[in-house]
Ligand binder design. Structure first.
Ligand SMILES: *Cc1c(COP(=O)(O)O)cnc(C)c1O
Length: 448
């Protein structure tokens, strides 16, 4: 097989693709929605051009309103680990839909999805389905507070946990601080209950536990932080975190809305073999439909209403159509060798791009784990904290994004977002993507 790494690549910038129909749709959308979108990052504020309106997806490809075709590395921000419009997921959803779409009463499908998870995940005994990652996190925090009868929570700068009030908080100044709200509309008194520290900082963690002795209900972390670049943590730090929580009677929450079912069926907990007290899931668990979930030991979950005093409910929780998509998708993930193949494919892809960049002395690193990758314009060997990311380098990402779009490669529209590879990304398509990435990098670095 030929190796694209060793080839000369074309260095000509391509003309911008036509976005006529997308632009028209966007103009109309702006009359209905703030910023023309129903979730902010979709607005393409950090990259060139108007957002692309997608009309179709199949396998690793998507098509926009102007019929441009792309190899998609956004995959709906992670849920589509089998690619777009997977036959098994589609067929199961259609089958279940024939019999009605919501009852507000229990269905066997909820048991079926729960069984798939509990039987194949040693970190969870009981769980509750909700309809989004945000909801899962919000409920997990309430559960931790209800269980420990404490109010404070601790989070890390550079981890994203959805848009619940308590977590729209960023670090203030100083080593250990109360957070400052990162959104208008969050009362300061809420933010005062949230302590924010940097990732990979044991000293700050110790200081926080000393300063707020017996007050911290939970520490929440993305064990694989993947919402602000890919800030891979060392296992030793996560173990340190586990131990300090145990010592202080604080619950450790792993927010695995991205990493869950992504780096392996047991997510980051399984990858690092570290047992958190509560885990939240979202994204992949719903097979492309809105599902979130939080789970824990049977004992901790007994706090949840109607067994216990922590209230949590949902009209569409455990919705049969969404459960169907989850069942179909997770069943595929349990096939022998699924993760091995997907992760190997990603590793080869990332390594080839890294070799290309290193050979040309580009200040560029590909960080990767499982089937997640992140392009960083840096020469640092590791980036473990949010403040290790060079904000100015986002200008280079912006150029890269434009060149890639013009070559039929779709990445999430921000340099802080990671990319995802699905089982539908074939070797041939990945070779095409690599070639486009090589050409685009050459243009970005030539212009520097
Ligand atoms: C996406 C995400 C959330 C929020 O999930 P939504 O479904 O968007 O509400 C929470 N935590 C993490 C780690 C996420 O990646």
């Amino acid at each position: 097989m030929f190796s694209v790494d060793s080839e000369q690549v074309s260095t000509t910038s391509k003309p911008d693709i036509s976005r006529e129909k997308s632009a028209e749709l966007y103009a109309k959308a702006k009359t209905y929605f703030p910023g023309g979108v129903n979730s902010p990052v979709r607005a393409f504020k950090s990259v060139y051009g108007t957002p692309l309106f997608i009309k179709k997806g199949d396998g690793c490809h998507i098509w926009d309103a102007d019929d441009n075709q792309f190899i998609d590395f956004c995959c709906s921000w992670g849920p589509l680990i089998l690619g777009h419009n997977h036959a098994k997921v589609r067929e199961k959803v259609i089958e279940v839909m024939q019999h009605g779409m919501s009852f507000g009463a229990p269905t066997a499908l909820e048991n079926e999805l729960a069984e798939l998870i509990v039987k194949n995940n040693k970190f969870i005994e009981k769980l509750r389905f909700v309809s989004s990652g945000t909801e899962a996190v919000m409920s997990a925090i309430r559960l931790a507070r209800g269980h420990t009868k404490r109010d404070k929570i601790l989070k890390f700068e550079g981890c994203y946990h959805g848009h619940t009030d308590a977590l729209l908080v960023k670090a203030g100044s100083g080593l250990v601080t109360f957070g400052e709200t990162s959104s208008a509309g969050v009362p300061k008194s809420f933010a005062d209950e949230t302590i924010v520290i940097a990732l990979n900082d044991r000293e700050a963690l110790q200081k926080a536990f000393a300063e707020f002795k017996d007050q911290i209900a939970a520490v929440i972390i993305e064990p694989i932080p993947a919402n602000n670049g890919l800030l891979l943590q060392e296992k030793e730090f996560l173990q340190f975190l586990r131990d300090i929580c145990t010592k202080n009677g604080t619950l450790l929450i792993f927010d695995e809305v991205i990493s869950g079912f992504r780096v392996g069926f047991e997510g980051a907990a399984g990858h690092y073999q570290i047992k958190p007290d509560i885990i939240t899931y979202g994204k992949i668990i719903g097979g492309g439909l809105p599902v979130g979930c939080y789970g824990s030991s049977a004992e901790i979950m007994s706090n949840i209403s109607p067994d216990g005093a922590v209230y949590q409910a949902g009209t569409l929780s455990g919705n049969p159509v969404a459960m169907a998509a989850g069942i179909a998708q997770l069943s595929e993930l349990l096939r022998m060798g699924f993760y091995r193949d997907l992760n190997n494919k990603t590793e080869e892809f990332a390594a080839a791009i890294q070799r290309f960049a290193t050979a040309r002395n580009y200040k560029f690193k590909v960080f990767t784990i499982g089937s997640i990758f992140w392009f960083a314009f840096t020469d640092k060997e590791a980036i473990r904290r949010a403040d290790d990311i060079d904000a100015a380098s986002m200008e280079q990402f912006k150029k890269l994004h434009r060149e890639l779009i013009n070559r039929g490669i779709y990445l999430g529209p921000s340099g802080y977002e990671v990319g995802f590879i699905s089982s539908a990304h074939s070797k041939i398509e990945l070779e095409k993507a690599k070639r486009a990435i090589f050409e685009s990098l050459e243009i970005v670095f030539r212009e520097k």
